[in-house]
Design a protein around this ligand. Structure first.
Ligand code: ZN
Length: 377
């Protein structure tokens, strides 16, 4: 049996979710959306308005008393999201409606740990000075992390990056509660919130194809989390036994062949040209660059078909910088996936949004923070 407090908390979150699903709502619409009584809706929305979580605006109406429409605050209780990725640092400020009110992408000049941290702190400080209503910092990080301790254990993309206590460092510097998330989890959260094709889905995977290959799982309608540093590592499943050396220390990993970095390195070895020239060669239709991409798409098709066979998910959604460089390769990956499956599969492709992981990191925190603001938990 629920106590009064639990019931109120449950109802308040219902109203919050309903508000988040619309640009704005009337109290009457809130009652319909949540199934709560008029009295409950009135009392809870009054409290949300009083705490500044919601704002009210008068609705223009022809004659009679104008109805009031309610919306979540566009400029209070903001969250800062930072995606720390080898393709660049992405900063976003997200409001309670889940919308980015500020966004910036910083290229990474140096892959040295200290240089990168200096850049991260300086930019964070600048954003916090211009946006004092930020109440939380949310980091989306590739590689291995420990969510409990807030430590980024390792990533193969930055030099000397080992056991970096990101949460502790950010909280000490900025005195703002900070959370650390694995980047594919952030991407999953972003898409669950923004992609209508995932609405009502309970079981699926999001795969991020960038310089690395990351993966996250939706299970029972929720982000699958074990709470320790375990994560799905599709990128480090074996594509070629005893094959190319992978940065993780093993040989023949999918990531060594089918990540953007793997492709750049293979292209450089085969052509004698600089690895950095690969994206440009791809754009200009260079035959060897295209062949390297086709082979990567073939290996990705095998890996994704195996994932469908192994887990029978409702969907697998592909996202990442690969599609910014070569949007057409989704068709190639899909063809190669279907060729290895006996049954139909729901393979989806997300239009690439650079800010998605940073926004997703904020979205994970928003619900929890809302409860904290409302109930002081
Ligand atoms: Zn590996």
């Amino acid at each position: 049996m629920q106590t009064n407090f639990e019931l109120k908390r449950h109802n308040t979150m219902k109203i919050f979710q309903a508000m988040r699903s619309r640009e704005s709502v009337s109290r009457k619409e809130l009652a319909t959306l949540t199934g709560l009584s008029w009295g409950s809706v009135s009392a809870i929305s009054a409290e949300l308005l009083q705490k500044g979580i919601a704002v009210a605006e008068k609705e223009a109406s022809a004659g009679g008393r104008p109805a009031e429409r309610l919306a979540l605050s566009p400029d209070k209780f903001l969250q800062l999201g930072i995606d720390i990725n080898s393709v660049g640092l992405s900063f976003v400020v997200v409001n309670l409606q889940g919308k980015a009110v500020y966004s910036e992408l910083l290229p990474i000049e140096s892959r040295d740990k200290d240089d990168l941290l200096t850049l991260l702190y300086a930019q964070t400080e600048r954003i916090l000075l211009q946006t004092p209503s930020v109440i939380g910092i949310n980091l989306s990080m590739q590689g291995k992390i420990n969510k409990k301790t807030g430590v980024s254990l390792r990533t193969n993309f930055f030099k000397a990056w080992k056991d970096v206590p990101l949460v502790h460092s950010f909280e000490r510097r900025f005195s703002i509660p900070t959370k650390l998330y694995h980047d594919p989890d952030c991407l999953l959260y972003y898409h669950m919130q923004n992609d209508p094709r995932l609405s009502g889905k309970n079981d699926g995977f999001v795969v991020r194809l960038d310089d690395g290959i990351g993966m996250s799982r939706l299970l029972g309608g929720r982000l699958y989390e074990r709470g320790d540093d375990a994560s799905y590592e599709l990128g480090h499943t074996i594509a070629v036994p005893d094959g190319r050396a992978c940065a993780c220390g093993k040989r023949g990993c999918l990531e060594a062949y089918a990540s953007l970095r793997g492709m750049r390195e293979i292209y450089a070895e085969k052509s004698g040209e600089k690895a950095a020239s690969f994206p440009e060669k791809l754009r200009t239709g260079d035959g060897l660059a295209q062949a390297v991409l086709r082979e990567a798409c073939d290996r990705l098709g095998v890996a994704i078909a195996n994932l469908f066979t192994l887990s029978a998910p409702e969907f697998i959604l592909l996202d990442g910088g690969l599609f910014a460089q070569a949007p057409y390769c989704f068709d190639e990956i899909e063809k190669n996936t279907r060729a290895r499956l006996a049954d139909d599969c729901n393979l989806l492709f997300a239009a690439y949004t650079r800010e998605a992981p940073a926004i997703g990191a904020c979205l994970i925190t928003v619900e929890k923070t809302t409860e904290e603001i409302l109930f002081g938990l």
